[in-house]
Ligand binder design. Structure first.
Ligand SMILES: N[C@@H](CCC(=O)N[C@@H](CS)C(=O)NCC(=O)O)C(=O)O
Length: 212
């Protein structure tokens, strides 16, 4: 299996870390969006990252790739079968994609860091507003959702944790100011998830890219 996309993208980071938690042998090719690579273009028809090839099977979108991997490699289960737990895990995956990354985390990271990779001027005022006004309600929610538990859903790591913790690295790369004293559970949780071996190589690649 080949997964395409630079891991600085939280969507790529999620898909690759998920596959690595499964212990399967994947090749990670860290291409940028719209890369002029025939295999990548076949996998991701609109040029977004990540894309995936498994034999003669092609797929785009982090969530689609993750559900494919879960179905093909059910052990260890990272998406529970129990209905309520499964619903919660999918909610947190959507929360990460649409409310965290699709909201303040994406605005901050794009305007402070990613814009220059696309050769455009970042809107720094929009990033500041997202940091001061957009992020706190999202962190308030997360702090309550985590409580004093190790994982967001159930007693083991799930897709929910991989999806939610990953974008915090983008906030860090964008030098986001977070009052961590107000969010001690979130801080411990994010550190716990991102310390997993499945993230190690990805985060080292990111550091090389953002120059940290
Ligand atoms: N829903 C998609 C989102 C993928 C996405 O938007 N990736 C961004 C990079 S973070 C991208 O490729 N952007 C280029 C573009 O939209 O043209 C997923 O989960 O994979």
């Amino acid at each position: 299996m080949i997964i395409f996309g630079a891991s600085i993208s939280p969507f790529v980071r999620k898909a690759v870390a998920f596959a690595r938690e499964k212990g399967i042998d994947i090749e990670h090719r860290p291409v940028p969006p719209h890369a002029d690579d025939e295999d990548f273009k076949a996998a991701s028809p609109f040029g977004k990252i990540p894309g995936m090839i498994d034999g003669d099977y092609y797929l785009a979108d982090s969530t689609a790739i993750i559900h494919y991997v879960e179905a093909k490699h059910p052990d260890p289960a990272l998406i529970p079968n129990e209905p309520q737990a499964r619903g919660r895990v999918i909610w947190f995956d959507k929360f990460a994609d649409t409310i965290l990354v699709g909201g303040p985390a994406g605005t901050i990271f794009f305007n402070r860091v990613a814009a220059k990779f696309f050769g455009v001027e970042g809107d720094l005022a929009a990033a500041d507003t997202a940091e001061k006004e957009g992020l706190p309600p999202v962190l308030d929610y997360l702090e309550g959702a985590i409580g004093n538990r190790d994982w967001l859903v159930g007693d083991t790591l799930t897709l929910a944790d991989i999806a939610v913790a990953g974008p915090f690295k983008n906030l860090e790369y964008a030098n986001t100011v977070i009052d961590w004293d107000a969010y001690p559970e979130t801080k411990a949780y994010v550190d716990r998830v991102l310390a997993r071996e499945s993230f190690a190589e990805l985060l080292a690649m990111d550091q090389a890219m953002v120059g940290g």
